[in-house]
Design a protein. Structure first.
Length: 311
């Protein structure tokens, strides 16, 4: 069956598209008119209505956002209380004090020679003070603080729309991805255990083969101990400064697959504490060798009256 003469073929017409977001920001009436004509020619009335409604909804959202910003910018600010008090007190600062008796103590002739008191300053100074720009009070920021820019940003969970929600309920067609919204959350990485491999050089005489020497071992808190110095120092601070029990340190390490023993860790940290004994003894000797360790007995007796026999 042949098609009616003069009626456009739906398959021969290109599909018309309209970006609702771009048209809402900068509407092009000619492009919108051309889009409506092409959609009518194709006979896609439902798709045209959905596109026009999306455009109107986007324009409504932009209009609402713009009205909100205008209302917030034109909101009347309360007058400055400091400026109001300054305007009221300024004429009194240049006037004659009510309790000034310096003129009354002098003779009548001298008072007449002095003349009338100086007139107050012209009122032009008061508007000049009013024209001084008043700094706006800085509002306290409530809610979430801004995270420092120097912190390391790592990718987190990436959530995508499910396949069932991707189908438009009106057009029954799959939707397209517009973009991703990124939100930031402050988190922390757990403590990372590492195995430090110490290497010592060993040399021998290639001629007599009787001399062998090895490099000395670095300083250790516990001789031939399993735990390194950094681990013991961190455990010392966590236990005595932050009050972390040894068993909790062991449990946290076991969760990461590290065989950390609470008893061995406590014994090693005790050996580290013993290393501070020379410094403690030195401080003790310097403190006890001082000539003034307590107030003298005379001043203590004068400050604290003793009870006599007649009291």
């Amino acid at each position: 069956m042949s098609r009616t003469k003069g009626r456009p073929d739906k398959t021969s017409l290109p599909k018309a598209k309209m970006n609702a977001k771009a048209q809402a920001l900068a509407p092009d009436l000619e492009a919108i008119r051309r889009f409506i004509v092409q959609m009518i020619a194709r006979g896609a009335i439902a798709e045209m209505i959905a596109a026009v409604l999306a455009l109107l909804q986007k324009m409504r959202d932009l209009n609402t956002e713009l009205m909100t910003k205008i209302a917030a910018a034109s909101r009347k600010r309360p007058p400055s209380e400091t400026l109001r008090r300054l305007q009221l007190e300024l004429p009194l600062m240049f006037g004659t004090a009510a309790n000034d008796a310096s003129g009354a103590e002098k003779g009548g002739a001298e008072a007449e020679l002095e003349g009338p008191p100086e007139p107050p300053p012209p009122p032009a100074l008061v508007p000049a003070i009013a024209e001084i720009p008043v700094k706006k009070r800085r509002r306290h920021s409530h809610g979430r603080p801004n995270l420092p820019g120097g912190l390391l940003r790592v990718p987190g969970a990436r959530s995508r729309v499910s396949d069932a929600d991707r189908i438009c309920p009106t057009c029954k067609r799959p939707t397209k991805t517009l973009g991703f919204k990124t939100t930031e959350k402050l988190t922390v990485r757990p403590c990372e255990f590492v195995v430090e491999q110490e290497t010592r050089e060993t040399c021998s005489c290639g001629r007599c083969h009787a001399y062998i020497v090895s490099a000395p071992k670095p300083d250790e808190v516990v001789a031939r101990g399993l735990y390194g110095n950094e681990l013991l120092v961190q455990a010392l601070v966590d236990h005595y400064d932050d009050g972390v029990p040894w068993e909790r340190m062991e449990r946290n390490a076991r969760q990461q697959g590290v065989p950390l023993s609470a008893n061995t860790l406590a014994t090693s940290v005790a050996a580290l504490v013993d290393r501070f004994e020379p410094a403690v003894e030195h401080i003790k000797e310097r403190a006890l060798a001082s000539s003034f360790t307590a107030p003298p007995a005379e001043s203590a007796g004068a400050a604290t009256p003793t009870r006599g026999a007649g009291s």
